[in-house]
Ligand binder design. Structure first.
Ligand code: BES
Ligand code: ZN
Length: 457
């Protein structure tokens, strides 16, 4: 039997298995899910054993790393497939209308809804199922394939970074196949050749040492919330550019060729605006929406906290105000350098009336690869065959911080074969994965090993 015939026969069972995987609430960021992370790694490892892989679970300071290998052949080269089994928090729960419980996935209207469906359990699962189809039909697999699956992608991949350092020799690969990105439309499958990097930090301003009565003290002391707001509002100019000195120093201008290519992508400003129920689009002057979202660096407030948040009013001058901030950075910018520049600038603009503390978080570099390498061409052919559409190449704005480390530590380039659609609601309520993308994803993965095969000799 051919691998894809086996897939057709077993598809319903495979979807059931994906549902089981999705039911485990593997939220890496929330300590109350620590046990669920262990359970999820264990589930994954049992599943990999069942499809014929040799499995190791590696405990880390954070969440476990699961390694699963096809039976080893010394004469074959090795490829890696990377994916993550952790998911983002599900709040706000009121937003989930397609399934009341984000960890009780449902199939509706050709999609599967639930947290992790698209980011990244569903996408990762297509590769596992493709390997199952190949192994269980006794078909030729031209490579050793090792699956590297981590539980900390959504919190910066701290443990994996160290793990790669320690296991570099063992994990050397021709390339790392990753399905954890998107495609512009179901009619436009794509290989992503660049990702933005991301860095995170939190700013705390303290005024008085306790919340004060705003009638007794208001006017006499600096309100740290006001100080924070004016500092933050000075971080962008009227053209939407970040004002931190040196922020754009390493950013390269887009080539006319790239800009022409971006115009061909199936993006439409009007429908983008409509899909997000926005009144008007917004962004850095001089760039299109596609460019703003994928090729330009940004500075974004992710959370702003100060003062009384309960029902009704409370007349206080708060003691503390804080902001969670991240920057997306683009190829040639370095995460550590930009972190330094931004944090120092924020310290410099802090007024003398409050004290400031900045806590630095994760920092991951951006990624870029030659878009016309033979491996990218092979991935494009695999996508073209599976989706029966002309595939394209593109850049994306999201981040998978570990991709740059694969290159540095294993010498392996990433092949980013995204299966997520623009309306999949990654990180949002009602996350979904299209069943068509699941089916075509399995086919893409089966074809990929075929298409890569001639390159190995
Ligand atoms: N799957 C995403 C990354 C992504 C999404 C890349 C869409 C390109 C297009 C990944 O799981 C993710 O969300 N990463 C985080 C990393 C961060 C928390 C360190 C991100 O980009 O916010
Ligand atoms: Zn994500």
């Amino acid at each position: 039997m051919k691998p894809l015939e086996y897939f057709k026969k077993n598809r319903e069972r495979m979807l059931e298995e994906l549902m089981e995987f999705l039911r485990i609430p593997s939220v890496s960021a929330q300590p109350e899910h620590k046990e669920d992370m262990q359970r999820c790694a264990k589930w994954l490892s049992n599943h990999c054993k069942a499809i014929g892989l040799n499995v190791e679970i590696h405990q880390t300071k954070g969440h476990p790393i699961v390694l699963a290998r096809t039976p080893h052949s010394a004469s074959k080269r090795s490829y890696m497939v990377y994916g993550h089994y952790d998911v983002q928090p599900v709040e706000p729960l009121e937003g989930w209308t397609k399934t009341k419980n984000p960890f009780e996935p449902v199939v509706k209207e050709g999609n599967i809804y639930g947290r992790g469906t698209s980011d990244d359990k569903g996408q990762l699962f297509t590769h596992l199922k493709a390997i199952e189809c190949i192994l269980k039909t006794g078909s030729e697999l031209p490579f050793n394939v090792v699956f590297l699956m981590e539980g900390e992608e959504e919190i910066g991949s701290g443990s994996l970074s160290q793990f790669l350092e320690e296991h570099a020799a063992d994990l050397r690969s021709e390339a790392v196949v990753i399905s954890d990105t998107g495609m512009p439309a179901i009619t436009c499958p794509a290989v992503t050749y660049a990702l933005r990097g991301v860095l995170a930090f939190e700013v705390f301003l303290t005024g008085p040492d306790r919340d004060l009565h705003s009638g007794i003290h208001g006017g006499g002391v600096q309100n740290p919330a006001h100080a924070l707001c004016s500092m933050i509002s000075s971080l962008h100019d009227s053209q939407g550019r970040v004002t931190v000195p040196g922020f754009y120093d390493e950013v390269e201008p887009l080539s006319p060729y790239e800009r022409e290519q971006f115009k061909k992508l199936p993006h439409n400003d009007e429908s983008y605006k409509e899909s997000l129920k926005l009144k008007k689009l917004f962004g850095e002057e001089g760039y299109t929406t596609v460019e703003r979202r994928s090729c330009r660096p940004t500075l974004e407030i992710n959370g702003l906290t100060c003062g009384y948040q309960g029902t009704g009013s409370k007349t206080i001058v708060p003691s503390v105000a804080s902001a969670k901030i991240t920057c997306r950075i683009v190829p040639h910018q370095k995460a550590d350098v930009i972190m330094d520049r931004v944090c120092k600038h924020i310290e410099n603009i802090c007024p003398p009336t409050v004290s400031i503390r900045i806590v630095r978080g994760h920092a991951g570099d951006p990624y870029i690869v030659e878009p016309d390498s033979p491996k990218v061409q092979a991935a494009l052919r695999a996508l073209g065959r599976a989706f029966e559409q002309e595939p394209t190449i593109m850049r994306e704005g999201g981040s998978i911080p570990i991709t740059m480390e694969f290159k540095r530590k294993l010498g392996a380039e990433a092949l980013l074969i995204g299966l997520s659609l623009p309306d999949d609601n990654a990180h949002s309520p009602n996350e979904k994965f299209s069943l068509e993308c699941f089916d075509n994803g399995v086919a893409t993965s089966v074809y990929l090993w075929e298409e890569l095969s001639p390159l190995s000799s």
